[in-house]
Design a binder for this molecule. Structure first.
Ligand code: GLU
Length: 501
């Protein structure tokens, strides 16, 4: 039997990192086994529907390279792939279960159900539908049930859970699971408005879409006994189940917005590479081998197996994602600088900055080892595109009485440096430092202040060589003419403080 798996998100908002991990594992499993990867939209709960979610899910999957084989947009022979377009199918199947004696009609109003819950709470028993005491096919009898249905009384269809025995199933990650029937509620399958609940629609679709493996988040594990029961009630063979470990915040609470971004689109916007996010997410709960960390999508497909998925929750470590993204940035600088230039250009244009492709490329090469994400170039190396803003604290640590003279001398050295390369600059400035017995670090700091305005940056000689002689001389002159202002501002502050009140 060929492998068919599905990713079945509900369109209740942007695709979450956890959703991407589920989609990825399904995708890897399908590709590893030469099977099919299906995207099904589970939109039966119309109250939770958020417009735009389906588009975001599709766009995020496409960005990550997880193109479904069958979906609402890709089509396929098992469609429609949107549950709201399949309501007739669910009604038919619910009715089928009633006919087989595996489900029954119930006519309880929300108030009656609420009173039942309160009675159970007061008696200290777990809230569960009380088949023997409520208004349903069993307590009312067949004739009365038929009469009420004919009269158009609102009715739900509930699953008739056996009173004795256990549900047993095997989970590829958690092993054998046994749940006593008495712990399972007579789940509503079809609501009185004719719409199915998640449980009915999910099971019917997995069966009709010939899904062989259900790979989904651990939060669905408590629903699985009901699903297995439904397969039994229909007389169908259940698929294999695999419930993926939870994603955790660093404090081991469930991954949440409070600790950082959870929507895939936020990571896209921050400039993470799809191959980095995919690589990172693949290792959240799955470890193919000891310490290897970097895998291409093809390598992930090759290595993936459900047996290597962990039971324990996986901590989402942003620092590791950043590290990984930096590794891919280094690779891309080597192999695909052109696409990096194209990605960075709009971010520069947004700020009204302009430069040639060649120049942008050299800036990326210059700074890429000091950043994790390409868009960081904009903050980190703003001075490569616009005149520097001087960090006053850095100015105060660097500047002293001799700085002005020293800077004028450095200006002359730079002016006469030819060819204007990092090596030649280094040689000439070193020579100058030796002649004047000035520590080279002092020269470096002073030039850094003039050229970049801040303490942290890429290699100084490379930076100056790339900016060019004219621009460097202009910046030195500009710092010299700003000294009075830079010295003035903090002094006047302390003057004010010193005033007697
Ligand atoms: N619609 C469910 C969700 O939003 C799908 C759960 C499942 O995969 O069965 O995650």
């Amino acid at each position: 039997m060929s492998v068919r798996v599905r990713f079945a998100p509900s369109p209740t908002g942007y695709l979450h990192i956890g959703g991407l991990r589920t989609a990825l594992y399904n995708f890897l499993f399908a590709r590893h086994h030469g099977g099919r990867f299906v995207l099904r939209i589970e939109d039966t709960d119309r109250t939770r529907y958020v417009p735009g979610s389906v588009e975001d899910i599709l766009a995020s999957l496409r960005w990550a390279g997880l193109e479904p084989d069958e979906s609402p947009v890709h089509g396929g022979q098992y469609g429609p792939y949107v549950q709201s377009e399949r309501t007739e199918i669910y009604r038919h199947h619910a009715a089928m279960l009633v006919e087989r004696g595996m489900a029954y009609y119930a006519f309880d109003t929300p108030d009656e159900l609420e009173r039942m819950r309160q009675r159970q709470q007061a008696a200290g028993i777990a809230p569960r539908y009380d088949r023997s005491a409520m208004r349903n096919q069993f307590t009312l009898g067949e004739d009365e049930t038929a009469r009420l249905l004919a009269a158009g009384q609102p009715a739900t269809i509930r699953l008739k859970v056996p009173l004795h025995g256990d549900v047993k199933f095997h989970d590829a990650i958690r092993g054998a699971i046994v749940v006593p029937y008495k712990d399972i509620d007579d789940q509503v399958l079809l609501k009185s408005d004719g719409f199915p609940t998640y449980h009915l629609a999910n099971v019917v679709d997995d069966h009709l879409m010939a899904i062989t493996h259900v790979i989904r988040g651990e939060e669905w594990l408590p629903s699985t006994p009901k699903h297995v029961l439904l397969y039994e009630a229909f007389g169908w063979t259940p698929p294999q189940f695999a419930h993926l470990p939870l994603l955790l915040n660093p404090d081991r609470s469930k991954l949440s917005k409070r600790h950082g971004d959870v929507a895939v689109r936020d990571y896209i916007a921050k400039g993470y590479f799809p191959e980095a996010l995919v690589n990172f997410i693949a290792l959240l709960g799955w470890n193919p081998s000891g310490d290897r960390e970097l895998y291409t999508l093809d390598e992930l497909i090759e290595a993936f197996s459900l047996e290597d998925v962990n039971k324990a929750g996986a901590v989402f470590d942003l620092a590791k994602l950043d590290w990984m993204n930096a590794q891919y940035l280094h690779r891309r600088v080597q192999t695909d600088l052109g696409s990096l230039i194209q990605q960075l250009r709009p971010l520069l244009s947004e700020r009204g900055w302009n430069a040639s492709d060649d120049y942008i490329g050299r800036v990326i090469v210059l700074v890429h080892e000091r950043i994790h994400r390409l868009p960081e170039v904009v903050e980190f190396a703003d001075y490569m595109f616009v005149p520097p803003r001087y960090d006053e604290e850095f100015f105060r640590t660097v500047w002293d009485d001799q700085s002005e003279t020293l800077l004028r001398n450095l200006s002359s050295v730079i002016e006469t440096t030819d060819p204007f390369t990092a090596e030649e600059l280094h040689r000439r400035l070193n020579q100058f430092a030796a002649e004047k017995s000035i520590p080279f670090r002092r020269i470096g700091n002073l030039l850094r202040l003039a050229v970049t305005g801040k303490r942290v940056g890429a290699g100084m000689m490379d930076t100056i060589a790339l900016l060019g002689k004219d621009e460097t001389l202009r910046r030195i002159a500009s710092l010299l003419s700003s000294v009075a202002t830079l010295q003035g501002s903090p002094a006047s502050d302390s003057d004010v403080e010193a005033q007697p009140s």
